[in-house]
Design a protein around this ligand. Structure first.
Ligand code: NAD
Length: 281
């Protein structure tokens, strides 16, 4: 049995893939009504899968039955084997959440964080048993992106990463085992790619549409960097770029372009605001 805390874009996806794999999931969110909304969203996603012939009604009903909404309180997670948090990206809040859960869950309960830019070691340092803490970093949208980074902090026990790797296999996600390091693997490489694209734009070398086309058609990327910025949202990408730069002690390779912060502050976030590097009707 698992718990998912934080039922926004990521938590709902994680809850869906776990429940579809047969795991009973207790769902909680600090925002009243958010867990119910997430369960409703998952119900719609499963209905779409039925329409596409990817599953049947029995699978939908059984999956929804496994999603149990509970209050966002530590006691609600007593007896679970794993808690995955997908709450706000703030170190002190994640630390408080895990240290608050520790007295309520059993000694073998894994505490996993979906953080994309914070140090797993630093999150674990707030716990009495840091060995049980690991990163379990999924990508958006979780049911579609079949990869997950299993991140070992400095004190994470090998049985913890082994259990998460096995669980990823159950959900059909390929686990990449990585050590705790700024941006882990995907954001270390990927944000470098985004930072460089912004620098090319800043230098006036090419327009976003041309950079994206080249990266798609010539370099073989599924999306260009600006299409990806718009999909993820600059409110998410910009802080991650800045965080990686700072965690690498201002390594010039990772220095973000001022263009990103400017656009974020002006509200040109991407698809979610109707305009980013592209305009969405
Ligand atoms: P989101 O804003 O969509 O959802 C976060 C949810 O957590 C909200 O529903 C909020 O009410 C809830 N929440 C906040 N603080 C809480 C608390 N203390 N207790 C319980 N619930 C709380 O955010 P998201 O995009 O799903 O991101 C969640 C985490 O996943 C972050 O750590 C983020 O860095 C990481 N992440 C995001 C993406 C992405 O593309 N969005 C990808 C990978 C990882």
């Amino acid at each position: 049995m698992a718990g998912v805390i934080g039922t926004g874009s990521m938590g709902r996806g994680i809850a869906q893939v776990l429940a579809e794999a047969g795991v009973v999931v207790r769902l909680a969110d600090a925002d009243p009504g958010a867990a119910e909304a997430a369960r409703g969203f998952i119900a719609d996603m499963l209905a779409r899968k039925i329409a596409k012939g990817q599953c049947d009604e029995a699978h939908r009903v059984a999956t929804l039955d496994r999603l149990v909404i509970v209050p966002a309180e530590p006691e609600a997670f007593a007896g679970v084997d794993l808690v995955v948090e997908a709450i706000v990206e703030a170190l002190d809040v994640k630390r408080r959440l895990f240290s608050g859960l520790e007295p309520a869950v059993g000694p073998d309960c894994i505490l996993a964080s979906n953080t994309s830019s914070l140090s797993v070691t630093a999150i674990a340092a707030g716990c009495a048993v840091p060995e049980r803490v690991a990163g379990f970093h999924f990508f958006n949208p979780v049911p579609v992106m079949k990869i997950v980074e299993v991140v070992a902090g400095a004190r994470t026990a090998p049985w913890v990463t082994a259990a998460l790797t096995a669980l990823a296999g159950r959900t059909g996600h390929r686990a990449a085992n990585v050590a705790d390091s700024p941006g882990f693997l995907v954001n270390h490489a990927g944000r470098g790619f985004g930072v460089e694209a912004l620098r090319i734009l800043q230098d006036g070398v090419a327009r976003p549409v041309d950079i994206d086309r080249i990266m798609r058609d010539a370099a073989g990327f599924r999306m260009g960097p600006f299409e990806l910025f718009d999909l993820v949202g600059l409110d998410v990408s910009q802080p991650v770029m800045e965080s990686i730069y700072n965690q690498f002690f201002q390594e010039p390779r990772f220095r973000p372009s001022p263009i990103g912060r400017n656009r974020m502050e002006s509200g040109l976030l991407g698809r979610k605001t109707g305009a980013g590097f592209y305009v969405y009707e």
